[in-house]
Write a protein of this length. Structure first.
Length: 233
């Protein structure tokens, strides 16, 4: 029996080769289809986001468009440009006014600071002893570098103490000073004393307070915001 043409080995090999070629060609196409579908979905999502953003901007622009068309004549774009220019001018004026206000506030703060009376803060307290007697050297720092005029300091011991104040006087460590009659007053019971004097220039007021023994001392004065309690030992 004669062999049919498609049963021949050569023909079958050609058919198999053609099918293999078709399969090899179609596989990449089949693999690309999901990627194309995914890419299209991503593009659609981004397009939706852009559309929503455009709509949001259109909504925000609507009031400005209405104002521009009411205030200016001509095409819409031209009216919007004129309105934008006016807004920029107003913003520039606002910044200029803000800078002027800040400058005036700074000047006001500086003037207020200059008008505020200076204060003294205790920066050091050194104590030496000789038997029971104690000598306390007090040094104060002024808040402003300017002459303070007449200074007044008060020293007070606790009620009922047996310790006495024996001296209260400035030292040259704080700068040259001027004293006069009544510059130092010590109470009859020795539990209170007042020192009044003037520095000849700006400086750090420094003084010695002498006690007959260890004790707490309350220091106050016109330039001292709050009384200072010392524990002299």
């Amino acid at each position: 029996m004669a062999q049919k043409w498609y049963q021949k080995a050569g023909v079958q090999a050609a058919i198999v080769g053609a099918l293999a070629l078709i399969i090899v060609t179609l596989i990449p196409v089949a693999l690309k289809v999901p990627r194309l579908e995914s890419g299209n979905a991503e593009l659609s999502r981004k397009l939706g986001e852009k559309t929503a953003e455009v709509q949001r901007l259109e909504t925000l622009l609507a009031p400005f468009r209405t104002i521009a068309l009411e205030r200016y004549t001509g095409p819409e774009n031209e009216a919007l440009m004129k309105l934008a220019s006016q807004i920029e001018s107003l913003q520039a004026l606002d910044r200029e006014k803000t800078l002027k206000i800040e400058k005036l506030q700074s000047q006001l703060d500086k003037t207020s600071e200059q008008a505020t009376p200076p204060t003294l803060s205790l920066v050091s307290q050194d104590t030496t002893t000789n038997g029971n007697a104690c000598v306390v050297t007090l040094r104060f720092k002024p808040s402003k570098n300017q002459p303070l005029g007449q200074l007044r300091f008060n020293a007070d011991l606790p009620i009922g103490t047996s310790v006495r104040i024996t001296d209260f006087w400035p030292t040259l460590a704080g700068g040259p000073y001027l004293t006069g009659d009544g510059s130092k007053i010590i109470g009859e019971d020795g539990t209170g004393a007042m020192l009044r004097y003037s520095l000849t220039a700006a400086g750090y007021p420094t003084m010695e307070l002498k006690l007959s023994g260890p004790s707490k001392v309350r220091i106050s004065g016109e330039y001292i915001p709050e009384p200072i309690i010392l524990d002299v030992k």
